[in-house]
Ligand binder design. Structure first.
Ligand code: AMP
Ligand code: GLY
Length: 430
């Protein structure tokens, strides 16, 4: 079976590794930058923007591709799934109209509102920066300020975190020629719930917690995600059974709403939730696997990802298709010095000893056996263990043994940070 994977990040390396565990899979890849991990296992690679739909379609037709797995959001927004589906190529990844759940945050909120879906924060859409500024000035509480379009997770400013009220106004004034969304600031613990879906049935994956902030202790600018962890029981102590059931039913209601609107959703639905005092609220949906979260869950996927993909495409997905090892995972990204604001590229890095970990390459160059940083996240180690402490120990040791101009967050997955999360939730709900 010939399957094309679009994208060249750590997430796509994890997708490609999981797919090629099936010996019948012939992997083809299209990616903007050559990911050395993917290039090594792909039969054929097109180094080209995945958003160039005609070019990707031509490559797929030339190689008689049967299936496609679309990793990032940008090609979904460009309509890659629509174009490939028209050619008879089944896609894991929604068509453009359904991907709006991620690519247009205003659409997402209006859809939730229209269909009475639980977990939607109070929001306001503003057509001009002036309208947003006026609203921010008179609003009694804190707000999150976002452009409605894609920003790679870096476009949100939250009052009381990155900005004060005047800072929020200033930021809104920079968001010209686009709809601005203002949302009540949600307080709580964030978690990621991802699910496979064929447009009707939803099959959830283990809960994961990402770390968006650049530096230890959750400070500094937002990034694409510095690392993430999951527990051996696939849940979190700060998410009750009721919270979990609500989050899953919000995801199911959203898939149902998209189908009702005439855009059935096939692929991975990613729910970013804030578990608040009163239960889970949706921060955002993504129309794809999370990066880094994909690396946590795919590392412990017991089932065959290719079979899951087939069932997503044919509309026959069921819970029996999917099982995960009862192991904890900790993923730590190594990033260039200065990332995300002023990343330094072109530095040589050398991996050292790494035990009980999987190495996923991301934005890194391999030339004559030498690895060099580029401007985005470099590569990640996922440690796997019976519990969090063990998984963290392996990921941490592997990262520490890398030499070169890269850094990582050593606090991700540690007992200290984990205890802080639990205490935070307890305090919020006491
Ligand atoms: P997003 O790009 O929408 O995932 O937002 C990036 C980060 O901003 C999230 O992971 C949250 O930490 C934060 N954020 C977004 N929206 C809100 C909100 N309404 N209240 C509090 N924090 C938010
Ligand atoms: N880790 C957040 C994202 O993939 O959007």
């Amino acid at each position: 079976m010939k399957i094309l994977v679009a994208g060249g990040g750590g997430r796509e390396h994890a997708i490609c590794l999981a797919l090629t565990k099936n010996a019948n899979v012939e992997l083809y890849s299209v990616m903007g930058k050559k990911n050395p991990g993917i290039a090594k296992i792909a039969r054929e690679t097109l180094i080209h923007a995945e958003t160039d739909v005609p070019a990707v379609r031509a490559f797929a037709k030339e190689h008689n591709i049967q299936y496609a797995f679309i990793g990032p959001e940008a090609p979904l927004e460009a309509g890659l799934a629509d174009a490939l589906t028209k050619e008879g190529i089944g896609c894991v990844g929604p068509v453009k109209a359904a991907a709006r759940i991620e690519t247009d945050k205003g659409f997402c909120r209006e859809l939730m509102n229209k269909h009475g879906i639980d977990g939607c924060p109070a929001y306001k859409l503003c057509k001009t920066p002036e309208e947003a500024a006026a609203f921010i000035r008179q609003y009694p509480g804190d707000l999150a300020v976002k452009p409605t379009g894609l920003t790679g997770g870096k476009g949100v400013k939250v009052m009381g975190e990155q900005v004060d009220r005047e800072g929020a106004v200033e930021y809104a004034m920079t968001l010209k020629d686009q709809v601005i969304i203002l949302e009540e600031r949600l307080l709580g613990e964030e978690f990621t719930l991802m699910a496979f879906t064929d447009g009707k049935t939803l099959v959830p994956m283990p809960l994961v917690q990402d770390h968006k902030r650049a530096f230890e202790g959750d400070v500094g600018p937002n990034t694409g995600g510095m690392g993430s962890y999951s527990l051996e029981d696939h849940t979190f102590p700060f998410v009750t059974e009721t919270d979990y059931a609500r989050a899953l039913s919000i995801m199911q209601a959203t898939v149902n709403a998209l189908a009702k609107e005439g855009s059935p959703y096939k692929g991975i639905l990613y729910g970013q939730f804030m578990n608040t005092k009163t239960g889970p609220k949706v921060i955002e949906f993504n129309a794809r696997f999370g990066d880094p979260e994909a690396m946590n869950v795919l590392t412990i996927l017991n089932s065959d990802l290719f079979t899951i993909a087939e069932h997503i495409i044919s509309g026959t997905l069921s819970a029996q298709d999917v099982s995960f090892e009862k192991k904890a995972t900790v993923c730590k990204y190594l990033v260039p010095t200065g990332y995300p604001d002023k990343p330094h590229a072109g530095d040589v890095i050398t991996p050292g000893q790494a035990e009980n970990t999987i190495l996923y390459y991301a934005n890194v160059e391999l030339e004559n056996g030498v690895l060099k940083t580029l401007t985005s996240r470099t590569m990640a180690y996922v440690g796997v263990g019976a519990g969090l402490a063990e998984a963290e120990k392996y990921a941490e040791a592997a990262c520490r043994n890398v030499t070169g101009n890269v850094r990582y967050r050593s606090d991700i997955g540690t007992e200290t940070l984990f205890a802080k999360r639990i205490a935070h939730m307890k305090e919020l709900r006491s």
